[in-house]
Design a protein around this ligand. Structure first.
Ligand code: EPZ
Length: 421
């Protein structure tokens, strides 16, 4: 397994291009199950999860070819609605095929995704919605099997117990071919949900309200293929913004606007970073001292849980104490012990991490445990005194397109070391 070797201390200066959003590309690729013909998706990031999704869709009967940032997906109509364990276990987002399969085929068998490092991550809300639309849900031998006795889902009024990002996406996909109107209430409002609705509407769906907490979908008889360029990745952008703030850098994070990052920008400004719109991007200038700030993660438009670990790293160097509360996932502090091994002073009290700022971090051997925890360890290595080795960077490769190739031109001393355990 590869590792990253980072020698800390350099300011990051220059322009970094932001890739397409992983969490938009994944649900959008599953939408190809809803319509026969050739779909073309552009600006698709070269990520492990994207390649896992193309393999999964291939097993379902959709030919998917990834080439130079583009995915060509051809569906011939002979969909096999079974998503096997060996692929689903590699990526929880595989559960996103459930809604499209039931909508298209009237049945689906999808391996239960199981938990992951950051939490149990059940899919009860997804299944509650499918049941309300006439799906019969059975859990057997580690699979969820949904069948539709009447052959076609029917529109329903569904209220989520709480906003669920992929739950909203799954049920939106299930409803577009259902008979009648579906109203989803208490929906997730993430920008990626809006992007999926844009793609489905380009395919002929009739969705209104995506991006708000109430989404209505008027079912249609069929959909047609689509050509679409994926929106930029707000979490990748936020990660680089923190890198600039942490290294007293001067970085243009290019290809993304303020809108999807308001909560992150507010916190980085509170921490003392200078952040301005510039051209088609965001200029981030780091300063000292870094000011402490408190953060509570929440569903969009609140502060994103996917940026919690990265901001925590910045707070490790603040002049004062910060409190970071994680409300979305039950186990998303695994970066804390690794940051403390680098000299941070973080104490976990339940769902709140109390971060007492220190003067410096020290390079160390650290282990990545999940995607965003890995990112925070890379950021820590960029500012630490000495050399840091981040091991098991396959976690990082799931969500960041060759992060070392984007950081090095900015002045980071970082390289990939093949094969370390
Ligand atoms: C999506 O996960 C993202 N993944 C996650 O990004 C992101 O952290 C999360 O949304 C929150 O924004 C993709 O989009 C592929 P949720 P998702 O359903 O949909 C609980 C990354 O780093 N829940 O909004 O799984 C759940 O356990 C990844 O890119 C239920 O209890 O998140 C969690 O505690 C990590 N039952 C909370 O709700 C359900 O049926 C929010 O989860 C569904 C969710």
């Amino acid at each position: 397994m590869d590792s990253l070797e980072i020698i800390g201390g350099n300011r990051l200066v220059g322009t970094v291009p932001i890739s397409g959003a992983k969490n938009a590309a994944l649900p959008i690729m599953t939408a190809a199950l809803l319509a026969d013909g050739e779909h073309v998706f552009r600006n698709v990031p070269d990520l492990r999860d994207v390649h896992t999704m193309t393999r999964l869709l291939g097993r379902l009967g959709v030919q998917a070819v990834y080439r130079d940032g583009e995915v060509q997906m051809t569906s011939f109509g002979d969909i096999q609605p079974t998503a096997p364990y060996d692929l689903v276990k590699q990526m929880r987002a595989s559960v996103l095929v459930l809604g499209p399969l039931v909508a298209r085929c009237g049945r689906a068998m999808v391996s239960l995704p199981g938990g992951c490092a950051i939490g149990a991550r059940p899919i009860d809300q997804h299944l509650k919605g499918l049941s309300a639309m006439g799906g019969r849900v059975e859990l057997r031998h580690g699979y969820v099997e949904v069948t539709v006795p009447r052959g076609r889902l029917r529109g329903a009024d569904i209220t989520f117990d709480f906003p669920t990002h992929t739950g909203t996406e799954n049920l939106m996909c299930a409803a577009v071919l259902a008979q009648g109107r579906t109203t989803l209430v208490n929906c997730a409002r993430e920008p990626e949900v809006e992007e999926l609705a844009r793609v489905l509407n380009k395919m002929g769906a009739r969705i209104e309200g995506a991006g708000t907490s109430v989404i209505s979908i008027e079912g249609v008889e069929s959909l047609h293929p689509v050509d679409h360029a994926i929106m930029p990745d707000r979490i990748e952008a936020g990660t680089f913004m923190v890198a600039s703030a942490a290294t007293e850098g001067d970085m243009l994070v290019d290809g993304i606007g303020f809108e999807p990052l308001e909560a992150v920008i507010a916190k980085l400004r509170e921490a003392g970073a200078g952040i301005e719109r510039e051209g088609g991007g965001i200029r981030v200038v780091g300063s000292r001292p870094i000011r402490p700030t408190d953060v509570i993660t929440q569903p969009h438009p609140g502060f994103p849980t996917d940026m919690q670990a990265q901001l925590m790293m910045l707070m490790c160097l603040a002049k004062g104490t910060s409190r970071i509360t994680e409300t979305v996932f039950e186990n998303r502090f695994m970066h804390v012990s690794e940051l403390n091994r680098m000299g941070a002073d973080i104490e976990i009290n339940g769902r709140t991490a109390v971060v007492r700022g220190v003067d410096k971090l020290e390079g160390a051997e650290v282990m990545a445990t999940d995607l965003r925890a890995s990112a925070s360890l890379v950021l820590a290595g960029l500012v630490a005194e000495g050399t840091t080795h981040v091991r098991r960077v396959y976690h990082l490769d799931r969500g960041y397109e060759q992060i070392e190739k984007k950081l090095a031109p900015l002045g980071a001393r970082i390289k990939r070391v093949a094969g370390n355990a």
